[in-house]
Write a protein that binds this ligand. Structure first.
Ligand SMILES: Cc1cc2nc3c(=O)[nH]c(=O)nc-3n(C[C@H](O)[C@H](O)[C@H](O)COP(=O)(O)OP(=O)(O)OC[C@H]3O[C@@H](n4cnc5c(N)ncnc54)[C@H](O)[C@@H]3O)c2cc1C
Length: 410
């Protein structure tokens, strides 16, 4: 058994950032980062956008160049899965039989894409998107395809549809909800997006599910539950993620809904010396006074760094306001806060002018803001406002009035 001071399991954004967090605090202790992928740690947002379209290379996907890890004495063990975490023995067993001892271990194992259990879901030409290999395979298939079907109207589906349309394919998006990004954007914004997609030749089929996919050697036809059927050369399913947390569960860690790993404000799990971060971690959030688990880039980035620093002794609670972004055609937006539940929004600015912010309220309290094209000087007060959680009654009228300085509302 080789003994390490720190072992990180997972080579996504949270794992990669944790290795840097450790090194910022402890320049000596040996670090091993185990990832089942055949790559150095990397981030996923470009995989549905610039990388998928061939506009960005791996340089924009990898967090750091290979040399960085050797230079910082971080041993990346790639292409090998961790199969067992034994907190009593303080060891991690790998699929190739190696056993690594640890003083502190971080689980940053993220998730994998779910595949709809449809007839034909495993035909060649049917893809999910989570890894570099998935993006490469979709791009290659897109090179000789004309008609793509995207299943799912949330982020991955919307982004992939936008990228494939920009690559010149005729794209149909099918989802059971009534509109794109239904859970996170208000109706006006979905309508704005539908107009943008349709103007770019994307057909949106809402309120519908696929019944099956047909084909001989590869996918050729999609049949929907409303009886419609049409030819397809390529299908991408963007229908959600399942967490990679069997390792945590089997090690006896306290688990939450959907296989989440429960952590405290220092990102420590219920078992001593075992930390968790990123998509898998459900943490007690101080702004909203409840546990959150967020499958977004910024949370993985910040939690990875915080967990690494905490493991190395610079112990501070994780208090960042959740943030995410998305790019759909030429439209980009950012969100701060918790949009899992909201019942009212207030619009500041104008969609037609491309400069607006929706403020989201749940039971009369501000829970988040979605902004696009707003002046830079509003970024900080927007976040401060969400943290302050004012009531609808107090701020709605003034938020609508663009002459009112946001700082005056905090
Ligand atoms: C295509 C795509 C586009 C996205 N775009 C955006 C965006 O625009 N904005 C945004 O905010 N968020 C976006 N996200 C979400 C964001 O990428 C995730 O929230 C983030 O990747 C989570 O990072 P993580 O490190 O927790 O997990 P992951 O990135 O999933 O990394 C986990 C790693 O651990 C490895 N692993 C798992 N189990 C084991 C094991 N037992 N042994 C060894 N290794 C293991 C996995 O193979 C993986 O490499 C996107 C996600 C995808 C897939």
């Amino acid at each position: 058994m080789k003994a390490y001071k720190y072992v990180i399991i997972g080579g996504g954004l949270a794992g990669g950032r944790a290795s840097d967090g450790i090194r910022q605090v402890d320049t000596e202790g040996n670090v091993a980062l185990v990832t089942k992928e055949h790559h150095p740690p990397y981030q996923r947002p470009p995989l549905s956008k610039g990388y998928l379209m061939g506009k960005q290379g791996l340089g924009k996907v990898y967090l750091k160049e290979d040399a960085h890890y050797a230079q910082n004495d971080i041993q990346v063990i790639a292409g090998v899965r961790a199969t067992e975490l034994d907190p009593a023995a303080r060891s991690v067993t790998l699929a190739d039989g190696r056993v690594l001892g640890y003083e502190k271990v971080l689980l940053a194992t993220g998730g994998h894409a779910w595949r709809l259990p449809l007839s034909g879901n495993d035909l060649p030409g049917v893809f999910t998107l989570r890894t570099i290999e998935d993006a490469d395979a979709i791009r290659e298939a897109a090179g000789s395809a004309q008609r793509a079907l995207v299943l799912g109207g949330s982020f991955i589906g919307s982004e992939v549809a936008s990228s494939l349309a920009q690559l010149g394919l005729g794209v149909t998006v099918v989802f059971p909800g009534s509109r794109l990004l239904e859970r996170v954007v208000p109706e006006e914004l979905s309508a704005f997006l539908h107009a943008k997609y349709e103007a770019s030749g994307v057909r949106i089929v809402s309120g519908t599910k696929p019944e099956r996919l047909d084909g001989e050697a590869r996918v050729e036809r999609a049949v929907l539950d409303d009886g419609e059927s049409f030819s397809v050369d390529l299908v991408v399913m963007g229908v959600g993620v399942r967490l990679n947390t069997a390792l945590a569960r089997d090690a006896g860690l306290q688990m939450g809904d959907g296989g989440a790993v429960m952590v405290d404000e220092w990102l420590r799990t219920s078992v001593p010396n075992v930390y968790a971060a990123g998509d898998i971690a459900a943490w007690p959030d101080p702004t909203f006074g409840k546990r959150l688990r967020v499958e977004h880039w910024d949370v993985a980035r910040r939690q990875g760094m915080r967990a690494g620093r905490n493991m190395a002794g610079d112990e501070k609670p994780y208090t960042a306001l959740p943030y995410f972004f998305s790019d759909l055609f030429d439209f980009s937006f950012e969100v701060w806060g918790d949009l899992t539940a909201w019942d009212q929004t207030v619009l500041r600015g104008s969609l037609d002018e491309g400069a607006f912010a929706f403020y989201y309220f749940q039971q009369g309290s501000l829970v988040g803001v979605l902004a696009a094209g707003r002046p830079d000087e509003e970024r900080k007060p927007m976040q401060a406002l969400v943290r302050a959680r004012p009531t609808y009654e107090d701020v709605a009228a003034r938020l609508r009035d663009e002459h009112v300085d946001l700082n005056a509302l905090i």
